[in-house]
Design a protein. Structure first.
Length: 365
């Protein structure tokens, strides 16, 4: 059953019957849902753009951003597409230049606080948004951000530093929560181990992909200045020969000055280099070697049940004797698919090869 509320979290009703529901959760930003229901006055009224759907057995909540009507199968269907409530962060930008020296988690939290929770301009406040307790994830970095939307800031930092984000929604309150998953691999002794393998009969289907055509490991980052005077930094300069794969990052938007009491003051050279390196690391993380394992779980198997024995963001072990694959990697995405004939669960472990839209988005960032 799906419950529906408006953007003030006032309960409007519920959807008891649907022909299809995809509930897709991602470790970083980007969780989404798609729902197919009969065309009825009730469904049309409940599933208006901006309204929110949520489940009692899941903390995530999704708002409707698209509605379409389809009678391709001879039955009128209302098709609804939704984004996670974390997507509200794309409605705010970091207005002006911000210079951070903090952990990635605290940078994201401060971006949300200063634009949504406690902004200087009260008209920017989104009263529905709160933050869960800080987790003290990671080490401090230096980062300069100017006029970027908060969603993109969080997307980049989560991807670069392997941090997850989720909504904690109970039907009345909403918290954004940054987190790390739990290590459940065969290489640790603290937590119960999770091994997914066809030989253990806990997988119904699996697809394995690996690709390194876009892999880069040496980065030249160019910042402020012109010609020979342009300020630069290098990552991975010791790589050699055929194994060296170079990438250029134009970071001229990173200013080498900052405002101090109304006066533009030069940023120290070492600090500016750190800002360039942070930008380079962010870009380099988009050009990794892709190793991904997509699999359909057998939902009847004990000890390897999603959302009971392991969770989104956990690091688990994949073992495939036929492919000679043994990998420990993070659960990056989980799809729960509900149809009239039952429920299926698909998980993506590791980073899959980018789709064409993802590749195009990376090119224009």
């Amino acid at each position: 059953m799906l419950y529906v509320c408006n953007d003030k979290f006032e309960r409007l009703g519920f959807i008891g019957n649907f022909s299809y529901l995809l509930w897709r959760k991602k470790y970083g930003p980007g969780s989404e849902a798609e729902l197919h229901v009969d065309v009825t006055p009730k469904n049309i009224e409940l599933l208006k753009k901006g309204n929110i759907i949520f489940r009692q057995d899941d903390n995530e909540a999704m708002y409707v951003y698209y509605r379409g009507f389809n009678d391709g199968d001879g039955v009128d269907q209302l098709v609804v597409k939704c984004f996670s409530l974390f997507r509200w962060t794309d409605r705010r930008i970091l207005w002006g230049q911000y210079d951070f020296n903090a952990t990635p988690e605290m940078i994201m939290r401060q971006a949300i606080i200063s634009t949504m929770i406690n902004p200087a301009d009260a008209s920017r406040k989104i009263s529905q948004v709160q933050l869960a307790a800080a987790k003290n994830i990671g080490s401090a970095i230096q980062q300069q951000i100017t006029d970027k939307d908060v969603y993109t800031v969080c997307e980049n930092l989560c991807g670069t530093h392997d941090i997850g984000v989720r909504c904690l929604f109970n039907g009345r309150t909403l918290q954004y929560d940054f987190y790390e998953g739990t290590n459940r691999t065969i290489n640790q002794l603290v937590n119960p181990r999770i091994i997914l393998s066809k030989s253990r009969s806990n997988l119904l289907k699996r697809t394995y992909e690996e690709a390194d055509n876009d892999f880069k490991n040496t980065v030249l980052i160019a910042g402020a200045g012109e010609g020979p005077a342009r300020k630069t930094a290098i990552i991975g300069g010791t790589n050699q020969g055929l194994q060296r794969r170079e990438l250029f990052v134009d970071a001229r938007d990173i200013s080498d000055t900052r405002d101090v009491n109304g006066t533009q003051v030069s940023i120290p050279a070492s600090e500016y280099t750190s800002l360039l390196v942070a930008r380079g690391e962010e870009k380099k993380s988009e050009y990794t070697e892709f190793i991904g394992f997509d699999c359909e779980l057998d939902v009847t198997k004990e000890n390897t049940k999603y959302n009971e024995d392991f969770f989104l963001g956990d690091i688990i072990t994949i073992k495939d004797d036929e492919l000679n694959v043994l990998m420990n990697s993070r659960v990056m995405q989980a799809d729960e698919v509900f149809k009239e004939d039952g429920k299926s669960i698909y998980v993506t472990v590791g980073k899959s090869v980018p789709t064409l839209p993802q590749a195009l988005k990376r090119m224009v960032k």
